[in-house]
Every structure is written in structure tokens, then in C-alpha cells.
Design a protein around this ligand. Structure first.
Ligand code: NAP
Ligand code: ZN
Ligand code: ZN
Length: 349
């Protein structure tokens, strides 16, 4: 067993505080990782505040993990001590259902084991995430990280990156497509980078006027302030795809109306309220709404390799662990440029 320093939420809505626990012994198929950086996802905040109604406490959040391998089990060939490694949103799955067999472990029919706020395959050992000094994960769920890019900017790729890459690939977004990204936060800024990199014409739809200059720097060709009624009218029936990353309740219909015939809204933002859109707004132009959850292990590796090749990283604000409660408050005010990333050296002092 390895003693671990972490930050945990002791119960719903209470601030995160120091927490100590032990990681399991390194099994024959396990990789132990000294965590260097962990991104702060809005899903961490939703779950710490039990907004999805299925939180397990105490909770050590964090599923955007990069670090260095410290030891491996005797059957592990893919990693050795000293290698860089990454862990995303899940650490195991059933491995036998049709989704797992197809590399869609995130949709495991028997339920994936989330990196935190979840249980190992035994159904009773709680999982603890990356707001901690180290983690032990089965090698099949560990990603290879290239040493080409700044590591703090790589960490958010493990969730914000794959969550936006996967549906853009699934829908084959590329040249000739008009794509809107709704909400410029952690997911939104990666969506802009990927959609632009894939050759689409990208419009940023944001509620924050102050983000216009950044949106263009990130690769957006156009920027529309969503409170600007005139500009919003001008893009009715306009987009092939809208990637919706908004974390709070909002009027979905206002954005569905911006889709052209056969257009699709890809929903990745996960506020707990129901998504209510009148049927006629879909029917009238054969529009659709689809959801998408992170991505499988193989696709996550593909995304990481794509980013290494194209020098794509997240724009980050690196913080020390004790700043996390302030970071959450700032996230709720849309004041993140564009991902907080925890430097775990701050927990090792
Ligand atoms: P984030 O960094 O906080 O960004 C969310 C953005 O949404 C904000 O920056 C803001 O952008 C916009 N927004 C927030 N409140 C709004 C409101 N009331 N009305 C309109 N726009 C608003 O969050 P994130 O980490 O990117 O996560 C976004 C959502 O995706 C969360 O719900 C998260 O749980 C979910 N998520 C889903 C998956 C998945 O697999 N599907 C994976 C990860 C995260 P502007 O300032 O530009 O308006
Ligand atoms: Zn996430
Ligand atoms: Zn499965």
C-alpha cells in the first residue's frame, strides 16, 4: 500500500480539504503513477456539489491526470519507471460487453469504473481521483503521453480534449462545415481548437463579451455574443453543427433554431435540468440533438497523438492545491482561461 496525500470533499457542497488515504499494492497488470498535474473539470464541481444526485463521499475528484510512472506490475510491458503516463475519466470497465469490445469503454453496458466517485470492479472499493499525489491503474486504462508538449497543458486533454475531439470525429466535422461552439470554457476552448484544426469554419457563441479576442486567438473565425439579438437572428438556419458545452441551465431551443436543415446539436455540457425543446423545432428542418460522453481508450490515445503531432494543448492557469475552492468559485463565474490545472508538487511539500 502507498500512502497518498489528497484533497477531498467530505460531503456534498462542503469545501475540499486535505485528506489522506492509501492506494492498493501494484498488481501484476498495474501501473503506479506519481501525479504531476491534474486538470479541474466542471464535472468535478457538479459531483462535489452532488448536482447529478449520485455522489459518493468522501470524494477525491480529478480525471485529467498526467504524471510519471514509478513502478509497474510484472506483466506490464507498455510502461516502465520514468515514463510519462496519463489517466482520464475511467480506470476500468467490464471488458466483455459489446461497447468495451468496440473500444467504447465509456459506454460500458455494465458501467465503467470512473476515476473517482465510482467503484472498482468489485463494486465496493471507492475510486479516488487525481487531486492526489499518486494513483495505481490497470495498464489497459493508462495512456501514453509524448514528451513534446508542456505537461500542464496536456492534462486537460484527458477529459476536455477527448470529450470534444470524439464527437467532432464521429460526425466527421471538417472542411465545408459551419460549426458553432457554445460556451467558451474548458471544453469550449478545446472544441474551437479541434474544429478549426479539422478545417471547419468555426463560430464562437459566448455569453461573455470579454472572451472575443481570445476566441479568435484560439482559432474561431467568428464570434457572436449570445445576448446580441441582431447577430443571433443573422445566424438562424445557419450551422451544420453546434457543440454545446454549457454547464448551466439555458434555453436550448434558441440554439437549435440556429441549425440548418439536417443540422445537429452535439450536447456535451451536462447541467442537471431536463433538455426541453419543442418537437416542431426539430421536425421543421430535420434537425437532431445528440449526446456524447468523453471517448474510449483507443480514441483518447489517437487524440493525444494528434495533439502531439499538431502541437495542440489546453490554455491553462496552473494553481496550487489549496486554491481549489477559490478556483471552483471562479469557474461558476465563467472566470477561467481556460482550464485550471493543479500542480501536485503543492501537495508533496
Ligand atoms: P467550464 O469551463 O465552466 O465552461 C462552461 C462554459 O459554459 C462557461 O465558460 C460559459 O462560457 C458557459 N456558461 C456557463 N454558464 C452559462 C449560462 N448560465 N448560460 C450560458 N452559458 C453559460 O466547464 P467545462 O469544464 O468546460 O464543462 C462544461 C460542461 O460539460 C459541464 O456541464 C461538464 O460537466 C460537462 N462535461 C461533459 C463531458 C461529457 O463527456 N459529455 C465531459 C466533461 C465535462 P461563456 O462565458 O463563453 O458563455
Ligand atoms: Zn471532465
Ligand atoms: Zn463493458
Amino acid at each position: 500500500m502507498t500512502a497518498v496525500n489528497a484533497y477531498a470533499a467530505p460531503k456534498a457542497k462542503s469545501p475540499l480539504a486535505p485528506f489522506a488515504f492509501e492506494r492498493r499494492e501494484v498488481g501484476e497488470n498495474d501501473v503506479q503513477i506519481d501525479i504531476l498535474y491534474c486538470g479541474v473539470c466542471h464535472s468535478d464541481l457538479h459531483q462535489v456539489r452532488d448536482e447529478w444526485g449520485k455522489s459518493i463521499f468522501p470524494m477525491v475528484p480529478g480525471h485529467e491526470i498526467v504524471g510519471r510512472v514509478t513502478s509497474v506490475g510484472n506483466k506490464v510491458k507498455k510502461f516502465k519507471a520514468g515514463d510519462l503516463a496519463g489517466v482520464g475519466c475511467f480506470v476500468d470497465s467490464c471488458r466483455v460487453c459489446s461497447n468495451c469490445m468496440a473500444g467504447l469503454e465509456q459506454y460500458c453496458d455494465n458501467g465503467m469504473s470512473g476515476t473517482y466517485n465510482s467503484y472498482e470492479r468489485d463494486g465496493k472499493t471507492p475510486t479516488y481521483g487525481g487531486y492526489s499525489t499518486n494513483i495505481v491503474v490497470d495498464v489497459n486504462y493508462v495512456l501514453t503521453i509524448a514528451d513534446k508538449l508542456p505537461l500542464a497543458g496536456v492534462a486537460p486533454l484527458l477529459c476536455a480534449g477527448i470529450t470534444t475531439y470524439s464527437p467532432l470525429r464521429y460526425t466527421r466535422v471538417g472542411k465545408g462545415h459551419k460549426v458553432a461552439v457554445l460556451g467558451l470554457g474548458g471544453l469550449g476552448h478545446m472544441a474551437v481548437k479541434f474544429a478549426a484544426s479539422f478545417g471547419a469554419e468555426v463560430t464562437m457563441l459566448s455569453s461573455s463579451k470579454s472572451k472575443e479576442v481570445d476566441a479568435k486567438k484560439l482559432g474561431a473565425h467568428h464570434f457572436i455574443l449570445t445576448s446580441d439579438e441582431g447577430k443571433m437572428k443573422g445566424v438562424r438556419n445557419h450551422f451544420d453543427f453546434i457543440l454545446n458545452t454549457v454547464s448551466a441551465p439555458h434555453n436550448y431551443t434558441a440554439y437549435v433554431n440556429l441549425l440548418r436543415t439536417n443540422g445537429t446539436m452535439i450536447v456535451v455540457g451536462a447541467p442537471s435540468d431536463p433538455l426541453a425543446v419543442p418537437a416542431v423545432n426539430l421536425i421543421a428542418k430535420r434537425r437532431s440533438i445528440m449526446g456524447s460522453l468523453i471517448g474510449g481508450i483507443a480514441e483518447t490515445q489517437e487524440m493525444l497523438d494528434y495533439c502531439a503531432q499538431h502541437a495542440i494543448v489546453s490554455d491553462v492557469e496552473v494553481i496550487d492545491m489549496p486554491y481549489i475552492n477559490t478556483a471552483y468559485e471562479r469557474m461558476l463565474k465563467n472566470d477561467v482561461k481556460y482550464r485550471f490545472v493543479i500542480d501536485l508538487a503543492s501537495l508533496k511539500k
